[in-house]
Structure formats: C-alpha cells, structure tokens
Ligand binder design. Structure first.
Ligand code: GDP
Ligand code: MN
Length: 389
C-alpha cells in the first residue's frame, strides 16, 4: 500500500525525522490559512505540493513556490483539480485532490536516502547518494557506484557505525554529521517498525544554516503486515488507486491492470506469470495479471470475470486453470454465471486441466456459449492472440 507524502512525513516526524513545518490542504482557502500561519511563525516562503501517489511531481508542475499567502492560495487553486502528468502516472495523469502546504527552507545540497527490502538477502538495505533530487533509477543505471549501500542485519538493526559511514561518504560538514546520523537512525526505526517495504527521501537536504531535513518522503507498506498497523491502514486513499484493482481487492483477488488487450484469468501466481509470458511469446500483450487463488469459489470466479470484462481495452479472454483445490467444475460454473450476467461479446479461450475437468468441460458445452477450448497452453495462447487481432 502506498500513502501520500504528507502522511509519510507525519509518521517519520513521530520517530524524530526532521521535516519542514506544514499541513495538508483540501481547498485553496485552507492553503491560504496554513500559509498565513506558517509565514507568521517565521517561514521565509511557502511551497505548494500536489499530493498524488506518484513521483516526478516537481518536473510535472505539481510543486510551486510562493512568497505570500495570497500567492500560495492562487497556486493552490491552479494545482487542485488538475490532471498531473509525471513519468510515473502514465499519459492520462492523476487528479490532484490534496496539497501539502509547507515552509520553504534555504537548500544547500540535495541528497538521496532510501531504505528498501532486498528480496535476494531478505534484509533491509540503506542507500545513500550525493546525487539527490534526480531520478535515482537514472543514477543507478548510469553510475551505480554513486549509490552507497549498507545491508542491515535484522537481529542488530541499523548500527551507528553504518550511519556514520554513509554520512561521511555523502561529504557532509562536521556540524551536519550528528543530525544526519540521527535522522538516518530514525528513518530506519520508522521503516522497520511500520513494516514498510520502501522508504525514500529524495531529496534529503542540507541547509545553508547547517541543518538537515527530509524534504520529500515516500513510503510503501507490505500489505501482508497491515493487519498489525490499523493506524497505517486507515491512511489508504482509494481515489489514487485503479478502480478495477480496488474492486478486485474486495474479493481477495490478486489483480494488477496492464496495458495489453488480452485478459487472463489463472489460478496460482506461477501459472499466471507463465501465462503472461506465453501470451507475449505468441505475439500478444496481456491486459492484466490475475491470480484467483488456489481455493477460489464460483462467486470469486464470477467477480474476477466481470472485472476483466469491464476493462475497455480487452479484446479477448484466456482462462488458464489447473484444477486442484479449485475444481474445474466450480470454475466452469462461475464462468458461465458471469457470462450470463455480463452478456460477453468477445471471444473466450479456455485451457482446463485437473480435478473434475470432464464435468467442467460438460458445463461449458451445455451453457450455450461459444467458448473456445484449447488443448495445451501453447495452443491456448495462439488461439487467444488470433482472437484478439
Ligand atoms: P517529486 O518531484 O515528486 O519527487 O517532489 P519533491 O518533493 O522531491 O520536489 C521536487 C523538487 O522541488 C525538489 O527536488 C526541490 O528542488 C524542490 N522543492 C521542494 N520543496 C522545496 C522547498 O522547500 N524549497 C525549495 N527551494 N525547493 C523545494
Ligand atoms: Mn522527490
């Protein structure tokens, strides 16, 4: 699960990470009041920041500076409601519904800090780079040595010597070392305790008056750990998520929308991945990843089918099921029921194997729908690619 920058900063601040003063605003009037308050309390200027679940907002025009509360209100009015396009949103962009109104700070250097779960070692890795403010993916591709890494042993946690090593390597001034070590340590504690799989500060800044701050913050949480973080779960903003993915999550379906036009419904994540591969091998593009799960019931299959079909890009469907706990006849009932309700107008290819496969095929035959039945996975992929073009 992703959260907004202002929410991440709220969590980090509780752990003692230094963040600029600021508040979230839903309207331009709120933006005005917050700005007035900040300026009356020593802020030198105001930054108006669009809150969407995507990076690259600065380049896309979602981060603007103001000198007065009136100016901040005007900028807020322009940014709220706009369809913000960044390299992470896709060409359609994301509608801005919230803003973060913050004090500006006298930036000296823009650096990068990040903590990410390294699945290869099953450990958190602390990353730091002097090349902050830019896209870190680009830095990593062009000059991997510009990113410093410290692997964290979960039994001992992030050790002070590791923080000092990173702080020195970033070339910080002597008076900035201790505050930076403190900030990094707090960042690690927040990440580990909140079960975040990613925590990224880009930029992490030093100021001309010798302080350090997290100027931006991004946190992503492990969905499987959310049950033990009720407060974090409440931060979910479904307006930021794909509506079909939100719908799928209601029925415990593992669904991720993609750009292609061949929908696939599969049981088991491994088989789902293999199905996406073989569709591409046959020259097609999958419209989604969908794992209905090993123990899906007819109702879940029905909902899954409805979700697949409500994607307007979909030109054909491939159902690839190996019946184990989910028996093939159960699946067939769900598919027929959904086909009845949604009045499908596109080709559906099925490749079925496993428990009760004969009964399943019989149900499909009796249904009156013109389902295309394939013998092998290769055959299924070729049939569905042909049907979609
Ligand atoms: P992102 O583009 O979505 O990653 O948004 P960021 O929060 O990282 O902001 C983008 C850029 O805006 C930063 O790299 C800074 O250069 C600039 N920026 C953000 N806040 C301030 C601020 O308080 N003062 C100044 N001068 N620049 C800021
Ligand atoms: Mn950033």
């Amino acid at each position: 699960m992703k959260i907004h920058e202002y929410q991440a900063k709220g969590i980090l601040a509780k752990y003692g990470v230094a963040v600029p003063r600021g508040e979230m605003a839903n309207t331009k009037e709120e933006a005005f009041e917050i700005s007035k308050h900040l300026l009356a309390n020593g802020a030198k200027g105001i930054v108006v920041k669009a809150q969407i679940h995507a990076g690259g907002r600065g380049k896309g025009g979602g981060v603007k500076l103001a000198k007065t509360a009136e100016e901040a209100e005007q900028l807020a009015g322009k940014i709220l409601g706009m369809q913000l396009v960044t390299h992470q949103t896709g060409p359609q962009g994301q509608k801005v519904q919230r803003l973060l109104i913050e004090e500006t700070l006298p930036i000296e250097r823009e650096l990068y800090l990040g903590i990410v779960l390294d699945r290869a070692t099953s450990k958190l890795v602390f990353m730091a780079s002097a090349a902050g403010g830019m896209e870190i993916e680009e830095v990593a591709a062009k000059d991997p040595n510009a990113i410093l890494k410290e692997t964290i042993d979960p039994a001992v946690g992030f050790e002070p010597f590791q923080a000092r090593k990173l702080a020195f390597a970033l070339g910080l001034k002597p008076e900035q070392l201790n505050p930076a070590v403190q900030l990094m340590t707090a960042l690690y504690r927040a990440t580990a305790e909140a079960d975040a799989s990613l925590c990224e500060i880009n930029p992490f800044i030093t100021t001309t008056d010798g302080r350090v701050f997290a100027l931006d913050a991004k946190m992503t949480f492990d969905d499987n750990a959310l049950f033990r973080h009720k407060d974090i779960k409440e931060l979910r903003d479904i307006a930021e998520e794909d509506p079909l993915e939100v719908e799928a999550s209601k029925y415990s379906l593992n669904y991720i929308r993609l750009d292609g036009n061949i929908a696939c419904m599969v049981n088991g994540a491994g088989l789902a991945m293999a199905t996406m591969d073989i569709i591409q091998y046959a020259g097609g593009m999958p419209a989604n990843f969908l794992d209905v799960g090993g123990g899906a019931n007819a109702e879940q299959v029905e909902h899954a089918f409805e979700i697949l079909l409500s994607d307007k890009n979909v030109k054909a469907v491939l159902i690839n099921i190996f019946g184990g706990i989910l028996r093939v006849d159960t699946l067939a009932k769900g598919v027929v029921e959904a086909a009845r309700k949604t009045k499908i107008g596109i080709p559906v290819v099925l490749r079925l194997e496993g428990t009760n496969v004969e009964q399943g095929r019989e149900i499909l035959k009796q249904s009156g729908f013109n389902f295309l039945v394939a013998e092998t996975m290769k055959d299924a992929a070729e049939k569905v690619v042909r049907a979609a073009t």
